[in-house]
Design a protein around this ligand. Structure first.
Ligand SMILES: CC(C)(COP(=O)(O)OP(=O)(O)OC[C@H]1O[C@@H](n2cnc3c(N)ncnc32)[C@H](O)[C@@H]1OP(=O)(O)O)[C@@H](O)C(=O)NCCC(=O)NCCS
Length: 258
C-alpha cells in the first residue's frame, strides 16, 4: 500500500516535470517550431529542403495517404502516417505547424481550408535564396523556392507555389491555390486568379488577367487575357480548350472564406 502510494507520487512528479519541461521548451525564444509536411512526393522533398535550409523549423515527419511509404524515411525524415490522421498525429508529436506539399491546386487549397478551420497553424517555406520585396505580402501555406524573385507591392495568396527561379514583377496579384512553375516570368500588374496553373518557362506580359483555374502551357507567351477554366498554349498563346459555362465555373469555386 505504502509502496503503491510512493510509486504514484513519483509518477505524478515525473508527469509534472515532463509537462514543465515541455512548456519551458515551447517558451524558449528562437526555438525551431515542430512541423509536419503533408505530402511526401517530389514537391514534399523540395519543401523539406527549403525548411531545412531556413533552419527555423524542426521537421518532425511527413504525412502521406500512400500507405506503402508509411514507416519509411525520406532524406532522414519519417513518414508517420495518413494525412487523414493529422489531428491525433499532430498531438502525439507535439506539432505546432503544417505545410501542405501537394502539387494538385484544388487538393492543396481544399485541404488548407479544412486545416485552417481546425486551427492548426499553416506555415510558409521561403527559400533563403529567394529575393522578396520588403512590401510584398504573403498568405499562408505558401512555398517560395530557390531563385524566385518577387518584386515590389506583389500580393501572394494562400497555398501558392512559386516554383524554382520564377519572376513575379511589381504589383502583380497571385490568387489562392495557384502554381507558378519553374522559370515562369510574370510581368507587372498581372492578375492571376485562384487555382491557376502556369507551365514551366511561360511568359505573361503586363496587365494580363489569367482567369480562375485556367492553364497556361509550358513555354507559352500570353499576350491577352485568359478566360476562367481556359487552356492556352504556344507563342503567342492560343486557346485550345473552351472555357466552361458560367454555372460550371460557379460550381467549381470553393466557398469564400468567412
Ligand atoms: C498545356 C498542357 C497542360 C496541355 O495538355 P493537354 O490538355 O493534355 O493537351 P494535349 O497534349 O492534348 O495538346 C493539345 C494540343 O496543344 C499542343 N500543346 C500542348 N502543350 C503545348 C505547349 N506547352 N506549347 C505549345 N503547344 C502545346 C499540342 O501539340 C496539341 O496540338 P495539336 O492539337 O495541334 O496536336 C500541357 O501540354 C503543358 O504544357 N503542361 C505544362 C507542364 C509543366 O509545365 N509542368 C511543370 C511542372 S513543375
Amino acid at each position: 500500500m505504502l509502496r503503491d502510494r510512493a510509486t504514484s507520487a513519483a509518477e505524478a512528479l515525473t508527469r509534472r516535470w515532463v509537462r514543465r519541461t515541455m512548456i519551458a521548451r515551447r517558451q524558449s525564444p528562437g526555438r525551431p517550431k515542430r512541423v509536419l509536411i503533408l505530402g511526401a512526393g517530389g514537391h514534399g522533398r523540395v519543401v523539406l529542403d527549403i525548411l531545412l535550409q531556413t533552419g527555423r523549423h524542426e521537421v518532425v515527419g511527413f504525412l502521406d495517404n500512400n500507405a506503402d511509404i508509411h514507416g519509411r524515411r525520406i532524406d532522414g525524415i519519417p513518414v508517420l502516417g495518413c494525412i487523414d490522421d493529422l489531428t491525433p498525429l499532430a498531438e502525439e508529436h507535439e506539432v505546432e505547424g503544417v505545410l501542405i506539399a501537394i502539387g494538385d491546386n484544388g487538393a492543396r487549397r481544399g485541404l488548407a481550408r479544412r486545416i485552417d478551420s481546425a486551427e492548426i497553424e499553416l506555415i510558409n517555406a521561403v527559400h533563403p535564396a529567394a529575393a522578396m520585396a520588403r512590401n510584398a505580402t504573403l498568405g499562408r501555406n505558401v512555398v517560395i523556392a530557390a531563385g524566385v524573385v518577387v518584386c515590389a507591392h506583389c500580393q501572394i495568396g494562400d497555398s501558392v507555389i512559386l516554383n524554382t527561379g520564377c519572376i513575379v514583377d511589381y504589383q502583380t496579384m497571385i490568387g489562392e491555390g495557384t502554381h507558378i512553375c519553374p522559370g515562369v516570368r510574370i510581368a507587372g500588374r498581372v492578375k492571376v486568379e485562384p487555382g491557376v496553373f502556369v507551365g514551366i518557362g511561360a511568359t505573361i506580359i503586363p496587365k494580363i488577367t489569367l482567369g480562375c483555374e485556367s492553364i497556361v502551357g509550358a513555354g507559352s507567351v500570353v499576350i491577352e487575357d485568359v478566360p476562367a477554366l481556359g487552356t492556352v498554349v504556344g507563342v503567342p498563346a492560343r486557346r485550345i480548350k473552351l472555357a466552361a459555362a458560367t454555372e460550371d465555373i460557379a460550381a467549381m469555386l470553393l466557398p469564400a472564406r468567412a
